[in-house]
Design a protein around this ligand. Structure first.
Ligand SMILES: NC(=O)c1ccc[n+]([C@@H]2O[C@H](COP(=O)([O-])OP(=O)(O)OC[C@H]3O[C@@H](n4cnc5c(N)ncnc54)[C@H](OP(=O)(O)O)[C@@H]3O)[C@@H](O)[C@H]2O)c1
Length: 279
């Protein structure tokens, strides 16, 4: 019996997918392992990691330590920039599985497109194979702009099931979200609390939170899941972990949404994957 009741959306094939998952970037080592196991015991079932985070072993250990049925836990990992390419992506992914101690993941993403390498398409072909071989249940991308997603679709006929992008009320990414919706791609938000943009200090957000007697984090997360966008907030604090996934009582109205729209910093404020690369 879990304390949290997490709503779901659906992937293109109809598979239910949690609208609220747990981010693990910088959650490392024994302390990180405890924080992740705590999140699972509280009721989170979707964990977001990446080869690049250097914490896949801690994520796998947390799944085993949590006492939660491992079949209920959905682990997402990501192919690191240095592992892009037809064979390298397979080797990189198999190394991720070994570190996680899993035979398969729920979802694997290409972490960044890294256009200067020109290997995203070959990497995508490998992800398609990995899914066909049953080594991952679902495949997707992260930080891909619509035209970068279209290159993959045009070449392979296979659309990513998820695109994980930087998104919060400070960066609503409306064009990308609309594009994903048209193509049946689930949008997943990283940095959903907008810490890099100083979102929590913004008057408009604080006003909406005060009106409803909830935290600014809860308003940002509710605003996203109301649009069927998956959020993966990270917190090392057990109370914040629970409040970030307790959004049933947070009901935003049109006036709130109008106020939140004023927080949009514009597309140019988001990290631009035509230039920003992570290897
Ligand atoms: N695909 C990509 O390129 C990419 C890039 C960045 C991140 N990600 C993924 O997205 C996840 C989330 O993004 P993120 O970690 O950058 O940012 P985030 O989840 O938006 O924010 C995390 C920060 O907010 C604090 N926090 C969490 N809940 C809070 C609350 N209720 N009230 C006040 N502060 C709160 C956390 O501190 P405490 O721990 O002290 O609570 C932490 O400092 C990452 O963990 C990672 O899995 C992916």
């Amino acid at each position: 019996m879990t304390a949290l009741s997490i709503p779901t959306t659906a992937l293109a094939d109809g598979t239910p997918f949690p609208l609220i998952g747990f981010g693990t970037s910088s959650v490392k080592g024994a302390d990180g392992c405890r924080a992740i196991a705590q999140a699972l015991r509280s009721g989170y079932r979707l964990l977001d990691t990446a080869a690049q985070y250097g914490n896949e072993a801690a994520v796998g250990q947390a799944v085993r330590d949590s006492g939660v049925d491992p079949d209920e836990v959905l682990v997402t990992t990501k192919i690191a920039g240095g592992d892009q390419g037809r064979e390298a992506a397979r080797e990189g992914y198999l190394a991720s599985l070994r570190r996680l101690g899993l035979e398969r993941t729920a979802l694997v993403l290409i972490h960044w497109p890294n256009p200067s390498r020109g290997l995203a398409l070959e990497t995508w072909r490998t992800l398609i194979d990995l899914k066909e071989e049953g080594l991952t249940a679902h495949i997707g991308v992260s930080n891909f702009r619509p035209e970068q997603v279209m290159e993959l679709i045009d070449a392979t006929g296979v659309a990513p099931e998820v695109n994980q992008i930087q998104l919060s009320p400070a960066l609503p990414r409306r064009e990308a979200v609309a594009f994903h919706r048209e193509r049946g791609i689930v949008t997943e938000a990283w940095g959903p609390l907008g810490g890099r943009e100083g979102l929590a200090e913004q008057f408009a957000l604080r006003k909406v939170a005060a009106k409803h007697g909830v935290s600014t984090a809860q308003v940002s997360l509710r605003w996203a899941i109301d649009q069927n966008i998956v959020v993966i907030p990270k917190s090392s604090d057990p109370d914040r972990q629970i409040s970030n996934a307790t959004l049933e009582g947070v009901q935003l109205d049109d006036a709130d949404r109008e106020l939140l729209a004023s927080l949009d910093l514009g597309e140019d404020a988001a990290w631009d994957s035509r230039e920003h690369e992570e290897w």
